[in-house]
Ligand binder design. Structure first.
Ligand SMILES: [Mg+2]
Length: 216
């Protein structure tokens, strides 16, 4: 019997592409306020490619901005703090995220299980307005383990008193969210709104409200 639903955050509940875009736009504008709007857009679109859905380091992105466009970029640690604060300020949820989380609240134990730092991840969940809907939020830095490694999933299970087979895991990244959850015997739903092809048989949704089809 399903007792808990665990969510990834970035690009699952939070519409990361939107808040990352807004934050890169603010950043490039702050570096070069008088830049031609077309060139500014080009640089921001490059940032989105280098960002690789948040998989690549900010150091890599800053170095590329400097190398390709000759802009003076801040130190990576300074940028990282600024980035986290501003991503939270620019928070946008996916359509249906608030609706489905509020619908599940009280029916299942709910958790956010996310890779990243406490400062970055918890502030985004708080900014989403959904923090109080979750029974538990854990980020990889606090768990000492990153998805797809089992430690972070088991941390959430033990905190909520559920077994992995009683959990439905919802996430957008097949190679971390879905892989790690399947390895532990969790049920999974892959949130794949952009329709990445996949030959492996896995439950997949393109709108979070389709989750209703996978719940008791
Ligand atoms: Mg994600």
């Amino acid at each position: 019997m399903l007792k808990a639903v665990f969510f990834d955050f970035d690009e699952t509940l939070g519409w990361r592409r939107k808040y990352a875009y807004r934050t890169y736009m603010q950043f490039i504008t702050s570096l070069t306020p008088d830049l031609d709007p077309l060139l500014r857009e080009v640089i921001v679109q490059d940032c989105m490619i280098w960002d690789m859905r948040g998989q690549y380091s900010k150091r890599f992105i800053l170095e590329n901005i400097q190398k390709k466009y000759g802009l003076n970029v801040p130190d990576k640690d300074e940028f990282y703090v600024w980035w986290n604060d501003n991503c939270a300020k620019n928070m946008v949820l996916y359509d249906g995220a608030e609706e489905i989380v509020k619908e599940l609240q009280g029916k299942y134990k709910l958790a956010v299980v996310t890779n990243g730092s406490a400062r970055g991840q918890y502030s985004k969940v708080r900014a989403s307005g959904l923090w109080d809907c979750f029974d538990y939020c854990i980020c990889s830095n606090d768990a000492g383990s990153r998805k797809p490694d089992k430690g972070i999933y088991l941390d959430a299970c033990s905190h909520l008193g559920v077994k992995p087979e009683e959990v439905l895991f919802v996430g957008d990244t097949f190679t971390s969210d879905i892989l790690g959850a399947l390895n532990l015997g969790m049920k999974t739903v892959w949130f794949n709104p952009t329709g990445h092809p996949c030959d492996y048989e896995v439950d997949m949704i393109s709108d979070l409200r389709e989750l209703r089809n996978y719940l008791d």
